[in-house]
Design a binder for this molecule. Sequence first.
Ligand code: CA
Length: 626
Amino acid sequence: MGKFELEYIKSQEFDDVYAYEGMDLGCTYSKVKSVLKVWAPTADRMVCHVEKQSKEESLDMTKEDRGVWSLILEGDYELASYVYLAYFEGEIHEATDPYGVSSTPNHKRTVIVDMEKTCIDNNKAHLTPLESYTDAIIYELHVRDFSVDQQSGMMNKGQFLAFTEKNTVTEALLPSGLDYIESLGITHIQLLPVYDYGSVDELNIKASYNWGYDPVQYNLPEGSYSSDVHNPYARIEELKKAIAAIHHRGLRVIMDVVYNHMFDREGSAFEKLVPHYYFRSDLEGNDSNGSFCGNDLDSTRAMMRQFLLRSTKLWIEEYGFDGFRFDLMGILDIDTMNAIYEQTKSIDASGMIYGEGWNMPTMISDDYKATMMNHEKMPGIGFFNDIFREKIKGGTLEDKFENQGYASSRVENSLEAKHLLYGTVKEVEQDGRNIEKYFNHPEQTVNYVECHDNHTVWDKLSLVLPEESEEIRQLREQFMTKLVLMSQGIPFIHAGQEFYRTKGGDHNSYKSSEEINKIDWSRKDQYSEDIEVIAAYIDFRKQEPLLRLKTEELVRECCFIDVLENHTLVYRLQNQETWIEMYINPTLEDQCFSVKEQLTYRLGRVEIKENEVIVKPLEIAIFKNS
Ligand code: CA
């Protein structure tokens, strides 16, 4: 048995001998036969337990080259379910098929389906090409949060199908659902995890809530979002319909993927089929735990990397997703991320790849992790820019809750604000202080003040500036959202941020109640005028290429920012035809700016006087040459 000692399984030699390049792992279905193939090089014997209608069979699989086991099921096995039994010196491990595309409820058994039957037009023809990542305006949304509120106006509460509903309205008869999101003007919806995850009981959905960062079956949709978890086609067809409906409105959909850890290691099909292979650990058997979830997937192993490529390919080609947001991307390695980027672009030139580039303590060397720090080695990939969040909104982690940012009364962060408006692609300097450039081009920075993690802006402001009135709090949050929208880079908005989303102070609501997490559509009614304001800034961004510069050179050429007294900023954008000036006031007092007379007022709360403008507190006033 020495052949399969831990050291050997972890070795490059093991990959050299066994890595399988074939595209046929999983089930290849046809009406006359279904062919099952599974990679399990260390197993002594593989048995497949198949259930077709009421008939059960345990069938021995045939060992082929490179550790692949196969089984041909003669006849039509549509809707049959199966699990693998992997034998290891007396131990038997039961596993679902990691390449499976549908499942019985709660990931018990893989189901054979005819994917041809689920084919629909994904409506990509309704999309205009995305020339630059900076043309995107991303809106982050959780499937259940979106529609589950009683006042959402949607029928299919908590389900994929809510995205297919039209003409839905709130209590005040204002647009809700996708009608509303479309009217806001964003370009990309980023869905929190929609693959099968483990933390919500698909047979008792209301009993729990979760964001879904605990994947179980990577290649099939979550059952709790389907209208009929007992129908293995429903989850597939309904997610496809949701994506097609979003595309039909000219919007794209980004899939949030968690290819860094799983619901649990021991119970995962990966670990059951090839123990010690897919998860990162050292030769002493100590597990890598950079994800702080007890297990890190090892993207450096040939078959893990191949799985990630196949899985992302499936979600783009089969479902029509328009890109991926990688959770804890820093657990993965640079080569894997670049390979996923290349593959994505080869399928869809408008596809986007970005992720969380934090440096996590996973067991690979720092210079090989897909982190922000290594952005130069991954030029096509974007990163959440936490400098933006920390310096504009203020501190995020528990020991930094009290810290404030440029828009939450720490106006001294004006140099940081300038740096961020430049997309952090340019060094800035003032009074002997300087901040070095961070990213090499604006397509690498995802600018945000709020996402599903941590306090919402509203809750953060309630915490750090409790004495301020609601009116000022609203102005602060609007000011932050405007800064996100006016900065060079990729703007990212958390759903409901435009109507002051609150989770009642809960800063980590991943498994808090539906009540805390849901989109509260009554707030959308309450703040409809404020939403109009944000929509106007979104529209302005979309109209003006100067706000969406693609390269560092263009930022250097077209973008000029001055820090003035009182920490106000003048932000000038110009090319041969256009000249835009923005006057940025982070203070609670009116601030006066001089304006060239040929400029025309466009947006913001201002009083215009001869050759000068009074900009109201917490405002970005915009003027343009026409
Ligand atoms: Ca599930």
